[in-house]
Design a protein around this ligand. Structure first.
Ligand code: PHE
Length: 341
């Protein structure tokens, strides 16, 4: 009987040492220490033994049960500690650990520049207006003093739609649209997309953005000097207070006289650098006194009003402001570029 008990003990201790979950410990407790366990079963036979044997085997049996129970408890504690340690490892919070950085969205650089431009002009009392991107021939060309056979039409490569409409080639069409409904005095800017049928390269895209400006009032009330100071304020607001501007004579059919505008290079302040191609000035856009034919096209009497108009490419302004050398980056959707703004 002693041997039987010893075998049970050895088997129990071996199985306990291998157990690695609380569930297994629980099962072993039932198997080796519970009321229906093998050991209890064997010990039931004691009643048939002699008194001396009863004492000896009884004691041995008790010690064995204690040993098994002891091992079970020890192992149980060990497993519990192990589990707690794992939870600690997994759920440990280190409050000194730097927080996770969330990627925050932001406005596209072109939109940022667009808002900057709008703010500058609003502060000078301009109204911001918008109009359609698909124009009829009249508003895009004829009303801008570019009738069908006018050679100036070749200045702008045009996408023609089958129905005779055009994705507007410039925002100047908004001048005509606005003056059909509003008589001078007026001060407006209009920003939006324009389309030209040209191949794209580092400085050209078939789809880009322009800002158009128009000031008109009774004849004699608007001069080139007013316009120059407004554009100068605009450039200072966008590129910094020290920015200078200059006008050069140029030709656009919808203005007379016409100019091209340059700003002093915001990088080298006129010294000459990579951005301004060593000349110290950067060409920005066109401007001029509104041609009387434009006023006539929208139904005004010749010489009743006088005005000044200007137009700039927004991409070009953004490229200079941020030192970007390829216009195609704006629409490429490359996050490595966009995340820099
Ligand atoms: N519409 C002209 C262009 O797209 C720019 C311009 C606007 C020039 C207003 C003069 C006056 O090139």
């Amino acid at each position: 009987m002693k041997n039987q008990i010893n075998d049970i003990k050895n088997q129990a201790l071996e199985e306990i040492s291998k157990a690695d979950t609380l569930k297994k410990i629980e099962n072993l407790r039932v198997k080796y220490s519970g009321r229906k366990s093998e050991l209890t079963n064997v010990l039931r036979g004691i009643k048939d033994l002699s008194v001396a044997e009863k004492k000896e085997i009884g004691e041995f049996g008790n010690l064995t049960k204690q040993a098994i129970d002891g091992e079970l408890s020890k192992k149980e504690l060990q497993i519990k500690n192990e589990e707690l340690k794992n939870i600690d490892e997994k759920e440990k919070i280190d409050i000194t650990y730097p927080g996770e950085k969330f990627a925050k969205g932001h406005l596209h650089p072109l939109t940022q520049v667009r808002y900057d431009i709008e703010e500058i002009f609003k502060s000078m009392g301009f109204l911001v207006v918008e109009d359609r991107e698909v124009e009829d021939e009249f508003h895009n060309f004829d009303a801008m003093n570019m009738p069908k056979d006018h050679p100036a039409r070749d200045m702008q490569d045009t996408f023609w739609l089958k129905n005779g409409y055009v994705p507007r080639t410039h925002t100047s069409s908004v001048q005509a649209r606005f003056m059909e409904k509003n008589k001078p005095p007026l001060k407006i800017i209009s920003l939006g997309r324009v389309y030209r049928n040209e191949n794209s390269d580092a400085t050209h895209e078939s789809n880009f953005h322009q800002i158009e400006g128009l000031i008109a009032a009774k004849s004699g009330e608007v001069t080139v000097a007013n316009a120059k100071s407004i554009i100068s304020e605009f450039m200072k607001g966008l590129f910094g207070k020290e920015t200078k501007i200059r006008l050069r004579p140029s030709y656009f059919p919808f203005v007379e006289p016409g100019f091209e505008f340059d700003a002093s290079c915001p990088y080298c302040k006129g010294e000459g650098c990579r951005i301004c191609k060593q000349c110290g000035w950067i060409e920005l856009g066109g401007a001029g006194m509104v041609n009387q034919n434009v006023f006539k096209a929208v139904g005004f009497t010749e010489d009743e009003f006088e005005g000044f108009a200007f137009g700039f490419g927004i991409e070009r302004l953004a490229m200079i402001k941020y030192g970007i050398d390829d216009i195609r980056l704006f629409h490429a959707g490359d996050l490595r570029f966009l995340e820099q703004f």
